[in-house]
Write a protein that binds this ligand. Structure first.
Ligand code: SF4
Length: 192
């Protein structure tokens, strides 16, 4: 069976996204948030004119560039919105034996819950942000995902993205409350 990912770009040698690793970064279109400071605005919406890569094409690209990278990282946009992502990762992991696999996510989707519960990835970077854009349901899902992630064996990193120090302080305090642990490192990015 073939799946398509709304993934128009792949960067095979990102050195800044996972500490100590070179990542093959697969960018997926579409995001459920519309942060005004978004670093990937063209990926917020689905652009019907961009090519979607089939799983076989991405697999071929990843395997033929093996050795250039030590982790495959799905980013975006919000990668977990892509309905085929779970099937995609399952095939990567169990059939093609491509691993480790990681995700950069805003944490607010049910698909992420499934990914954590199934331990489909080895690494998750959860970027905690844009509180004022989230509805209550998204906040609840994010909270549940944070709790599940803490109990899982998945390697994780938390970051906060904010427009100024005041918002960053608010988000860090709130996130530490959700983590129930002030000692977990939270990286901060302030968008100027
Ligand atoms: S969550 Fe990330 S990708 Fe989505 S709009 Fe905000 S900054 Fe952009």
């Amino acid at each position: 069976m073939n799946y398509n990912l709304k993934a128009p770009y792949i960067n095979f040698n990102s050195t800044v996204d996972v500490k100590g690793k070179i990542a093959a970064l697969v960018f997926l279109q579409e995001c459920n948030l519309k942060c005004p400071y978004c670093y990937n605005k063209p990926l917020q919406q689905i652009n019907p004119h961009l090519e979607n890569f089939s799983i076989s094409k991405i697999e071929k690209l990843i395997t033929s560039n093996k050795g250039l990278h030590s982790i495959v990282l799905f980013s975006g946009g919000e990668p977990t919105l892509n309905d085929d992502l779970l099937k995609f990762i399952r095939r990567f992991k169990y059939k093609s034996k491509i691993n480790p696999i990681g995700l950069q996510t805003n944490g607010t989707t049910d698909n992420l819950t499934e990914i954590i519960q199934e331990k489909l990835v080895e690494y998750i970077h959860l970027d905690y942000k844009a509180d004022c854009l989230l509805n209550n349901q998204q906040k609840e899902i994010r909270h549940k995902n944070i709790s599940l992630l803490l109990q899982s064996e998945i390697e994780f990193i938390f970051s906060v993205t904010a427009i100024n120090q005041e918002e960053a302080n608010f988000l860090i305090k709130q996130l530490h409350g959700e983590l129930n642990d002030n000692n977990i490192e939270v990286k901060t990015q302030i968008i100027k």
